[in-house]
Design a protein around this ligand. Structure first.
Ligand SMILES: *[C@@H]1O[C@H](CO)[C@@H](O)[C@H](O)[C@H]1NC(C)=O
Ligand SMILES: *[C@@H]1O[C@H](CO)[C@@H](O)[C@H](O)[C@H]1NC(C)=O
Ligand SMILES: *[C@@H]1O[C@H](CO)[C@@H](O)[C@H](O)[C@H]1NC(C)=O
Ligand SMILES: *[C@@H]1O[C@H](CO)[C@@H](O)[C@H](O)[C@H]1NC(C)=O
Ligand SMILES: *[C@@H]1O[C@H](CO)[C@@H](O)[C@H](O)[C@H]1NC(C)=O
Ligand SMILES: *[C@@H]1O[C@H](CO)[C@@H](O)[C@H](O)[C@H]1NC(C)=O
Ligand SMILES: *[C@@H]1O[C@H](CO)[C@@H](O)[C@H](O)[C@H]1NC(C)=O
Ligand SMILES: *[C@@H]1O[C@H](CO)[C@@H](O)[C@H](O)[C@H]1NC(C)=O
Ligand SMILES: *[C@@H]1O[C@H](CO)[C@@H](O)[C@H](O)[C@H]1NC(C)=O
Ligand SMILES: *[C@@H]1O[C@H](CO)[C@@H](O)[C@H](O)[C@H]1NC(C)=O
Length: 568
């Protein structure tokens, strides 16, 4: 079964959902071993199941971690070891990501490295996999592509907060009741960090080499805190704050969200009416037009029927539509403006159709748990299991939401992170809950964007301040993580960090490549008009072109994982 999240990616024409179908590999044929025992898999990859302790402080049996590598092709004398990658979520499959993109990662880092993807414990092909649902049908009822159910705007009506509270009481009860093997308490970020050390050691490397984006940044910072002397290279990108994460209070995420939306308004004005379909002569007018459209959709949603599905473009759909565009401005803004213009003219077909999930198909009589694509479950289990036991009442949740609305107009979308965890009951005593920081055996590279809708630049500086010697590289782009736009400056620095251990100068601000424009086709669309003094990233050599292209392809797959299947 393809869950709605992947179905949406498939609709978007992205690679990731096809990987498994196109080159089946049956992980069940592997036996977990204490050392890496490679078997060829997919095409051009090697797979192994690594045995690790389920509980690192007592003998509770083993977990097995699915590890895939895109092997180094350099001569042995030049080999530089493994680089592990985590695509965020939590719950994103590193295996699926690397199987889709191994060659692109090797293009960035060089063929001296093994490019390594792993499924964090709880996720996909690793065992145990988090599973709350008994059957595909039951799972479908919770993960249906109905945004009103999965990602309701808390501002859609007064009933949403109580309803979602109730829903996550049930999820919490189901998860606890069906955790008959007592594994959920071990699905936490600290244990994933411990597993990463085991993976690195199994390669013969005491020091970890790792790139983590979005939630993967929190995982990297947690590793560096637990194992400061085992840091070889750790680059973290799109920084999630430890304090926010480990207290299940992501309010601070929204610091730069409205600034990101402002880049849409300003960019649209600058691009002009030929390139921005939702153009008006000033940012304030575009903002007012967007607000009017929002009001009108609240008053009267668009019912849409297509050949394969039907649904509503309603207030919640629309708020998610706006929010999702902020993750990927370079890829999304122009189409987003067209979508807004179509909605403003009364036509919702295109916006709906571009985001509809294919018809649900499954053999609902079959018990298929655990499910190998389980980002929904593993996101909840990991994020709530990392946090404190919450006891928020509905009025606490209302107060929490009100507090967030003081900071951002996107509290209605983001406040759910808190509610997710209010019914969660499984917390392992003694788990790591921060603080992060310490003197590491090699300095961290910390990357943040100037206007990131969910991981503000301030969090990059906060993380860097906790790790002496680390350097913040700022990429001057709106959107989530550096993967929003290729940049020879940023991604060249990433390559140099892994290859040579060089860190960019403190205060480095990187512009995106000239090919990255918010509104292609605008008279001023090229980076020619850039006013910053950072070096221009003009395409100098074919090698540069390959680097940029690799980053672009990785971004196309990894960005939607971060946006969690919201309409883009
Ligand atoms: C767990 O793994 C260790 C090391 O590989 C092994 O010695 C032990 O037998 C395994 N335990 C179980 C219950 O499989
Ligand atoms: C390594 O894997 C192969 C098959 O993939 C299996 O036949 C062999 O027994 C494994 N070795 C160990 C030590 O488990
Ligand atoms: C959540 O964090 C914000 C700051 O980011 C703070 O103002 C608020 O009081 C916190 N809420 C709770 C319930 O801890
Ligand atoms: C293009 O840039 C020039 C100079 O930066 C500016 O004067 C002009 O207004 C811009 N064009 C549009 C359509 O905004
Ligand atoms: C709720 O939505 C309305 C638009 O219908 C908007 O005017 C209002 O500011 C929103 N409230 C919050 C707290 O975001
Ligand atoms: C509405 O938009 C769709 C897709 O963008 C288009 O195919 C259709 O012709 C439009 N309908 C009308 C009535 O303009
Ligand atoms: C929630 O309640 C439990 C049990 O009463 C308590 O241990 C815990 O500290 C409370 N959590 C918070 C965040 O207050
Ligand atoms: C790092 O080491 C220095 C010098 O030994 C020490 O003063 C400092 O407190 C350490 N910082 C952290 C965050 O551990
Ligand atoms: C790494 O250093 C070598 C030798 O100084 C140099 O040739 C190479 O270009 C550097 N690589 C990067 C990515 O900076
Ligand atoms: C800069 O602008 C000029 C003229 O508008 C154009 O010919 C040139 O290709 C642009 N350069 C880049 C790097 O886009």
């Amino acid at each position: 079964m393809i869950p709605s999240f992947l179905a949406r990616l498939a609709v978007a024409g992205l690679l990731i959902s096809n990987v498994l179908a196109d080159s089946e590999f049956d992980w069940e044929t592997l036996t977990a071993t204490a050392s890496l025992n490679w078997t060829s898999c997919y095409t051009g990859f090697e797979c192994s199941l690594l045995e690790v302790p389920l509980d690192y402080s007592a003998d509770k049996g083993n977990a097995s971690i699915a590890v895939v590598r895109y092997p180094s092709t350099a001569p042995k004398s030049e080999y530089l070891g493994p680089i592990l990658f985590n695509p965020g979520g939590p719950g994103g499959s590193g295996v699926t990501t690397i199987v889709a993109l191994g060659a692109e990662f090797a293009e960035i880092f060089g063929n001296q490295f093994d490019i390594v993807g792993f499924d964090p414990r709880g996720v996909s092909f690793s065992k145990p996999a988090v599973s709350f649902f008994k059957t595909a049908a039951e799972r479908q009822s919770w993960t249906a592509p109905d945004l009103d159910f999965r990602y309701p705007s808390l501002n859609a009506s007064a009933g949403v907060i109580p309803n979602v509270w109730g829903q996550f009481q049930l999820i919490g009860q189901l998860a606890e009741e069906r955790d008959t093997d007592d594994v959920l308490q071990y699905i936490t970020t600290d244990n994933v960090a411990r597993d990463m050390l085991r993976i690195s050691q199994a390669f013969g490397y005491e020091k970890l080499q790792y790139w983590g984006v979005s939630y993967g940044s929190l995982l990297g910072a947690t590793f560096a805190t637990l194992f400061p002397n085992n840091v070889g290279r750790i680059a973290i990108d799109g920084i999630m704050d430890w304090e926010a994460w480990y207290s299940s209070n992501l309010t601070g995420s929204l610091q730069d969200t409205d600034k990101t939306l402002q880049t849409f308004f300003d960019g649209c004005v600058a691009a002009g009416p030929s390139a921005c379909a939702f153009y008006a002569p000033s940012s304030a007018e575009i903002a007012a037009n967007l607000a009017a459209l929002t009001e009108s959709i609240r008053a009267q949603p668009f019912p849409v029927k297509t050949d394969i599905s039907h649904g509503l473009v309603d207030f919640t759909f629309f708020r998610n539509y706006i929010f999702a565009a902020l993750y990927s401005p370079y890829n999304a803004f122009a189409g987003f403006a067209q979508g807004l213009a179509a909605l403003a003219s009364g036509n919702a077909t295109g916006v709906y159709a571009a985001n509809q999930a294919p018809e649900f198909e499954c053999d609902c009589s079959v018990d298929r748990a655990p499910f190998t694509e389980n980002i929904y479950e593993s996101l909840i289990a990991t994020s709530c299991g990392d946090g404190p036991q919450l006891n928020d009442s509905i009025s606490d949740l209302r107060a929490f939401y009100e507090r967030q609305t003081e900071l951002s107009s996107f509290a209605d979308i983001w406040g759910l992170w808190r509610i997710h965890c209010t019914g969660w009951k499984v917390h392992r005593p003694g788990r790591f809950q921060g603080p992060v920081g310490g003197n590491t055996s090699f300095p961290l590279l910390v990357i943040g964007n100037t206007a990131d809708p969910v991981t503000p630049l301030a969090w990059a500086h906060k993380a860097s301040a906790a790790f002496p010697g680390s350097v913040v590289l700022t990429q001057d782009t709106p959107g989530h993580m550096s993967l929003v736009a290729p940049s020879l400056c940023t991604h060249g620095a990433l390559r140099a960090y892994f290859q040579n251990g060089t860190l960019p100068a403190a205060g480095t601000v990187c512009e995106p490549d000239a090919s990255a424009v918010l509104f292609p086709g605008a008279p001023n669309a090229t980076a020619n008009t850039s006013t910053t003094n950072a070096p221009k990233t003009l395409l100098a050599t074919a090698a540069d072109g390959k680097l940029l292209d690799a980053v672009r392809k990785i971004g196309n797959v990894v960005r939607p994982i971060a946006a969690m299947g919201r309409p883009l």
